[in-house]
Design a protein around this ligand. Structure first.
Ligand SMILES: Nc1ncnc2c1ncn2[C@@H]1O[C@H](COP(=O)(O)OP(=O)(O)OP(=O)(O)O)[C@@H](O)[C@H]1O
Ligand SMILES: O=C([O-])CC(=O)C(=O)O
Ligand SMILES: [Ca+2]
Ligand SMILES: [Mn+2]
Length: 682
């Protein structure tokens, strides 16, 4: 005799019951005495006949498993809001279908090949879900002045599914299902691998040189802008677009840059990985549904085909990686690197071009604000402490890496932070530690295969491990991320030679000298190929991202600092007691004390003495910091080695600055002479 427990049965609402039988196949009682599979009819019992029922919860309102599953998800269209009619009688109300069509047309235009007549056909939704296949589709027809040689190609017949502005949860599912190396860590972050490249590839950056950019941009020695021609850009663009369209699906993010509403830039990122989409979701400003509805045409588009290499037979290509910027077309193409930082910093380069045109200074700096509204900027090259020191529990975080300084004050360009994770500890950096939770992207970290606990000390994949999280994950983030004019401008250098003082007060000319020099010891890994700290000079603390000559940015900074009475500081977050190898990195708690003393104004009025060679003003005392470390010579046991190293570094500064001696800053040459005199003297 069969015995069936109630919970294995489910009513389908018309007197039939499906249930799992002993051998795993479903038997159905069909109401005529015999089950379809030939077994005797099973009588179901009515209430009150002695059978035990568990009626404590009402039955599920579904007749099939599929229906049950469909109940689980509520219809929501955060990316396709229905336009309201608040606009009054004359408001144009687009139907949802019409709106989706327009949106798809815009995406289709982004993805269009510029050499073929038709395509691509784009459709919204996940190809894995059959119910989401072609309802609304769009493709662009091009009728160029030339006669296309191919009127129909297979690629024009195929659908490209578009996963548009997915939520972090949806992107997690996509990553875990389709991207090897995606895992959920014990704190809920998405662990991911960026592939062979674990840092940016500045030598593979190309910028289109045309009639306009030839005059406008900084080219030649020391410049990060390596030229390519328009045609080669189109070759790479076509390569990227064809690659993306060959996929079953692409991710599209429509987002913003810059919290200053007057200078907001609309960006579209087309990519092939959920990792890239979630990274940009975190790093760019996330639009509200209303803002997205009125998004329209993007101001700038990234085609990230990083999985696919560039073709080395193509002119200007010197490796399989190419990051190409075309300012006239307002487009960027990425081939041959999946390192997500290329997108972040590619857009930053664009801002370094667009903002100065509007008399706005773009800055590779962190930024925070005290309770009294005092704003500090933290300039510095990669790994010098912008994120670590701007994330300060006692202050409001405006942003950790990219800002604008306008007539009205400062604004963050981004919507998220990108922290270095190597040796991250809860004690030293609690706010960053706590931000690494659900929604955060953890790149190239190593974790315990069972507990999924991250080992932040592990460099097996790279030293440049990173976390990208939305800025609101930092509890005292200031949203919107804008603030008044800066009071302090802190230049961070991580001095691997161990001869720069932990803190120096700078006059304006010195500030400009060190800003233009942009010295640090590059910390391993952020730029591909660098494995040990090496002395580096990078103009404006970000030569890899600036588009105009460094003196243009320097002149603007000098103007603004003078106008708003900001004080400049040089803070060495690097070595003390000897060079890299023999000395040690200055303890983070000491650096924090120094920064506190800058913020609260106490350091401005401290007692100072002038150093040899660099002529830096150094305080004799800082609260909470051992006084002997304030002058580096005290921390070296070998004084001769110290002096030699000091002169060596000074020589490097001098040699580096030779490139800038013939440039003028400001209307007269006066500041230039002062700046030249503000360097090391020996
Ligand atoms: N004294 C110190 N001051 C600042 N940071 C320190 C100090 N000692 C060690 N560190 C470590 O140095 C790293 C600074 O990295 P951070 O993420 O702040 O760099 P960043 O300037 O933001 O660079 P990027 O532009 O690449 O994001 C952190 O890992 C931090 O823990
Ligand atoms: O771009 C990156 O990879 C990280 C970063 O912020 C920098 O290098 O300045
Ligand atoms: Ca950072
Ligand atoms: Mn940076």
């Amino acid at each position: 005799m069969l015995s069936i427990s109630e919970e294995k049965m489910a009513s389908n609402g018309n007197g039939e019951f499906t249930f799992a039988n002993g051998n795993g196949t479903a038997a159905v009682a069909n109401g005529n005495g015999t089950a379809r599979n030939g077994l005797a009819k099973i009588q179901t019992q009515k209430k009150g006949n002695g059978m035990c029922h568990d009626d404590s919860t009402p039955p599920v309102k579904a007749q099939t498993i599929d229906e049950l599953h469909s109940l689980q998800k509520k219809k929501s269209a955060p990316t396709t809001p229905i336009k309201g009619t608040q606009g009054g009688a004359f408001a144009i109300t687009l139907s949802e279908v019409e709106r989706q069509k327009q949106q798809l047309q815009s995406i289709s235009a982004s993805l269009a090949s510029l050499t073929r007549e038709t395509g691509p056909k784009v459709v919204r939704g996940d190809p894995a879900k059959q119910s989401e296949t072609p309802k609304v589709s769009s493709h662009v027809s091009h009728h160029h002045h030339f006669t296309p040689t191919i009127s129909v190609s297979d690629s024009a017949l195929k659908f490209t599914h578009v996963l548009y502005n997915l939520s972090p949860a949806e992107l997690y599912e996509q990553a875990i299902k389709y991207e090897k190396g995606s895992f959920i860590t014990s704190t809920g972050a998405l662990a991911t691998l960026s592939g062979a490249k674990t840092g940016r590839s500045p030598r593979d950056k190309r910028v289109v040189k045309d009639d306009t950019t030839e005059d406008e941009l900084w080219w030649g020695r020391g410049s990060p802008n390596i030229e390519m021609d328009e045609h080669t850009f189109m070759v790479n663009r076509e390569r990227a677009v064809d690659y993306l369209n060959s996929l079953d699906k692409v991710f599209v993010n429509d987002q913003f840059l810059n919290w200053d509403p007057e200078n907001r830039i609309k960006v579209r990122i087309v990519s092939a990985r959920a990792y890239h989409s979630l990274f940009m979701h975190n790093m760019c400003i996330r639009p509200t549904p209303e803002e997205l509805e009125n998004f329209g045409t993007p101001d700038f588009t990234i085609y990230n085909a990083g999985q696919f290499p560039c073709n080395r037979y193509t002119h200007y290509m010197t490796s399989s990686t190419s990051i190409d910027l075309n300012l006239a077309r307002r487009e960027m193409v990425i081939l041959g690197t999946m390192y997500a930082g290329e997108m972040k910093k590619g857009l930053f380069s664009v801002m370094h071009y667009l903002m100065p045109k509007r008399q706005i200074l773009s800055l590779h700096s962190g930024c925070n604000m005290g309770k009294d509204g005092d704003v500090a900027l933290f300039f510095g090259l990669s790994g010098t402490g912008k994120t670590t020191l701007s994330t300060d529990h006692n202050r409001y975080l405006i942003g950790d890496d990219e800002h604008c300084w306008t007539e009205n004050g400062v604004s963050n360009i981004e919507g998220g932070c990108y922290a270095k994770c190597i040796d991250l500890s809860r004690e030293k950096e609690p706010d960053i530690w706590n931000a690494i939770k659900f929604g955060a992207v953890l790149e190239n970290i190593v974790f315990d295969e069972h507990t999924r606990e991250v080992d932040y000390s592990d460099k097996s994949v790279t030293e440049n491990t990173r976390a990208a999280y939305p800025i609101e994950y930092i509890p005292n983030a200031k949203i919107p991320c804008v603030g008044p004019h800066p009071k302090n401008v802190i230049l961070l250098a991580c001095d691997a030679f161990g001869v720069l003082p932990p803190v120096s007060k700078l006059n304006l000319a010195q500030t400009m000298y060190h800003f233009i020099s942009g010295y640090t010891a590059l910390v391993a890994g952020t730029e591909d190929g660098i494995k040990e700290p090496t002395a580096t000079f990078s103009a404006c603390f970000g030569a890899a991202f600036i588009m105009l000559h460094p003196t243009k940015y320097a002149a603007m900074l000098a103007d603004k600092m003078l106008k708003h009475g900001a004080t400049g500081w040089l803070v060495n977050t690097g070595w003390s007691g000897g060079s890299y190898g023999s000395g040690k990195r200055i303890k983070l708690p000491y650096t924090r004390k120094i920064i506190d003393a800058i913020h609260d104004g106490s350091l401005l009025n401290a007692k100072y003495k002038k150093t040899e060679v660099f002529g830096l003003e150094i305080p004799t005392e800082v609260e909470g910091v051992p006084s002997e470390i304030l002058d580096p010579v005290n921390t070296w046991s070998d004084k001769n080695a110290h002096n030699e190293t000091l002169l060596k570094l000074a020589g490097l500064f001098k040699r580096n600055f030779e490139t800038f001696t013939n440039y003028k800053i400001g209307k007269d040459n006066k500041l230039t002479e002062e700046i030249l005199a503000a360097g090391p003297n020996f």
